[in-house]
Design a protein around this ligand. Structure first.
Ligand code: PDD
Length: 282
């Protein structure tokens, strides 16, 4: 099945899509995005992703863009690609205009979508968990807006790979554990969970929200509270959550073993519940 792009109303092979060099996303990271995933040919949590996108657009004072147009563009491109397990990337920039920091008058937001096959998380990582490093969170104060300004995330991920581990965990200069480079983070202690509360310092993950709902239903207690690095290192389980990542155990952090050093029962249970929930959306 073809991997496709959508560019301002037209669907085409990805290699053919071109954006002008004065696109403000390219010059200023003046753009927002969403990343959807599909399971067995159905996109998961489309409403929730569009809700968050609208919040991002409003936060950056973009002109209103029809929700129906965005929904049809996402679903239309996804359906045309016909990929069962797809990652659908949607990016909207403020538009194309001569480079000037101020918002341009009358620029038209540029809408870009790509639909690609996504690899499932490797069996090895599911069975053994991943290892991570912590890095100081040097991101701006509005991590709740899903903008394409991801350089700290890119550098942190690369730092992790260079250190021979799979991911990095952002920790504030005061020692508060925030989230992963493209995921939220939970810890389990005594059958209860903790995760960072929704503040401008983390992205309000859709997977995080779905898991909180699931936990309410299955009576797993979750506290949305701040916790520090030492609390994380002493937890029985640490896992990250996100679109495509789903629920993934982190079993070594900064060279220290977490809990039993292998994926624990809480992550396994929530991963299963999440998969059932994605199935229920089909
Ligand atoms: N990232 N935190 C950050 C910093 C993220 O970039 C993401 C997702 C999440 C999890 O959000 P969700 O559950 O809605 O996927 C948390 C996407 C997948 C990305 O950048 O590709």
């Amino acid at each position: 099945m073809p991997e496709l792009a959508y560019l301002n109303g037209k669907i085409m092979p990805i290699e053919e899509a071109r954006v002008p060099i004065e696109d403000r996303g390219y010059q200023f990271a003046d753009a927002v995005y969403e990343y959807f995933a599909s399971y067995k040919g159905k996109l998961f949590a489309v409403k929730e992703h569009l809700d968050r996108l609208e919040k991002s657009l409003r936060a950056l004072e973009f002109p209103p863009i029809s929700r129906e147009l965005l929904r049809d563009a996402v679903l239309g491109t996804f359906q045309q690609a016909g990929i069962d397990r797809a990652g659908v990337y949607l990016q909207i920039s403020r538009g194309v205009a001569p480079r000037n920091h101020a918002f341009p008058n009358g620029a038209k937001p540029q809408i870009v979508i790509t639909v690609r096959q996504v690899p499932d998380t490797s069996r090895e990582y599911l069975e053994k968990g991943i290892a991570a490093i912590t890095v100081t969170d040097i991101r701006w104060g509005r991590c709740d807006i899903k903008t394409v300004q991801l350089l700290p995330n890119v550098l942190a991920k690369q730092q992790a790979l260079s250190a021979g581990v799979q991911d990095a965990i952002f920790v504030s200069p005061e020692g508060i554990v925030r989230e992963g480079t493209s995921s939220n983070l939970f810890i389990a202690i005594g059958g209860r969970l903790k995760t960072h509360p929704l503040t401008p310092h983390i992205l309000p993950g859709i997977t995080r929200a779905v898991l909180l709902d699931i936990c309410r239903k299955i009576n797993v207690h979750v506290e949305e509270v701040f916790f520090d690095n030492n609390t994380m290192l002493a937890a029985e389980e640490v896992f990250i959550t996100g679109t495509v990542t789903e629920v993934l155990s982190v079993c070594r952090i900064d060279g220290r073993t977490i809990g039993a050093g292998k994926p624990g029962p809480m992550a396994a249970r929530l991963r299963k519940e999440l998969e059932a929930c994605a199935g229920a959306h089909l």
